[in-house]
Write a protein that binds this ligand. Sequence first.
Ligand SMILES: [Zn+2]
Ligand SMILES: [Zn+2]
Length: 244
Amino acid sequence: MLNQFFRTRLPARLPESFTPSCCIVCKRLCAKEPALCEGCLAILPWLNPSVCLQCGAVAGGHCLRCENRAEPLKHRLAVFEYAFPVDALLKKFKYKEKRAIGRCMGQILGHAALASGLSHEVDYLLPVPIALPRLKSRGFNQAADIAEACSEIVKVPWTNHWLHRQADTPMLAGLTPAERRFALLGAFAATNDVAGKHIVLIDDVMTSGATTLELNRELIDRGAMAVSVWTVARTVEPTKRFSH
Ligand SMILES: [Zn+2]
Ligand SMILES: [Zn+2]
């Protein structure tokens, strides 16, 4: 109905600034940003605060498993559990080039960072880079889209020039955590611009953390003051997942 109204009453040529958009989940008209209607916002799998961001276990706010593990990162932030429909949305964004989804998710991540107060202590947002062949075939880096939208909300600058992926690494699925770390050794190169700064790595999903740890090592080697990670979603250990 509303869609029909817009189709018939709006002038044929709209000013560039006015782009009626649709809710990324239900597709109903949603002329606001982030492009998610109230109904869909309420049903998304918001990450339960009891999930340990370091390992993904549901830990009741205090993960005994990670208590004695070194946490090299300054802080971690994730908004959703990597579960339906967020997992499906992120796949659509990545593989079907639905870039409005990435923009919306980046804005939500930005609002979450503002609400948590974490955005005040950081200097730069850097999207996790993808290898050149993959960039060429996909046409865009999904993490860069998220970083750009997030940056507009938190008013922290972003760049994709300071971090590069040296080589395409083998598929990490099926490898043990130690094998993943080994496969990623030397995979990234940072420029000296990161020196003295608190860097935030931006990505769509936080999983085993092997990529984040290798990036952290490279950034600290290049003189970064601190490294944090913000992602749209986090995988949660399946056996201990909360039901929504
Ligand atoms: Zn909706
Ligand atoms: Zn943990």
